[in-house]
Design a binder for this molecule. Structure first.
Ligand code: HEC
Length: 164
């Protein structure tokens, strides 16, 4: 009986039911599924579409990214403040492959040789011109470098470039 009455509105009802789930999905990490591994994200996300759900302008987000950076020994090559060392500086304005979250995520996950195999070339020259090993597996196995933690590091790197 009640269904009979609702029949003309069925489409509207379905729309209203589906709508919140769409929003919930969009809100869940801004489109990046944080439960996927970094390699899954790289393989399944079209180029340019890995977006950072964290805010480089938020000091808490930036600081937590710096903590992960230190915990996963990026500082061994890039210095504790990202000023460079065995690896190029992350705090200067030169970017070897690009400074958008999508490129940085792929670079950190794949390492630079695999990145180059996928068509990326060095656009700028830093003082160091060596390959960076994949940080998500390989020789330096960093099990704890999850998708979320890579995005947090990227947040910190990007925070170094906010004009103060
Ligand atoms: C074994 C040394 C080493 C470690 C450890 C290392 N890197 Fe690198 N990194 C490099 C080298 C060398 C390059 C330059 C790559 C090139 O020119 O192709 C680089 C490049 C980069 C770049 C691009 C810099 C630019 O100016 O465009 C970023 C960003 C970066 N690394 C982030 C990280 C993060 C985050 C970690 C930790 C998860 C990390 N690296 C760990 C050696 C390292």
């Amino acid at each position: 009986m009640i269904l009979e009455v609702l029949k003309p509105y069925k489409c509207v009802l379905i729309f209203l039911l589906v709508l919140p789930t769409q929003f919930a999905y969009a809100g869940g990490g801004n489109g990046v599924d944080l439960s996927k591994t970094p390699f899954e994200i790289v393989e399944t996300t079209p180029k340019g579409e890995i977006v950072n759900p964290f805010d480089p302008a938020n000091p808490e987000d930036a600081e937590s990214g710096h903590t992960v950076f230190m915990e996963t020994s990026c500082n061994g090559c890039h210095g504790g403040t990202g000023g460079g060392g065995m690896g190029p500086p992350l705090s200067n304005k030169k970017w070897v492959y690009g400074n958008d979250a999508d490129t940085l995520f792929r670079l950190i996950t794949l390492g630079t040789q695999e990145l180059q195999k996928r068509g990326y070339t060095r656009k700028a020259r830093e003082n160091v011109r060596a390959p960076m090993p994949s940080q998500a597996s390989g020789d330096i196995v960093i099990e704890s470098l999850t998708t979320e933690r890579i995005l947090r590091i990227i947040t910190w790197i990007q925070s170094l470039h906010i004009e103060k």
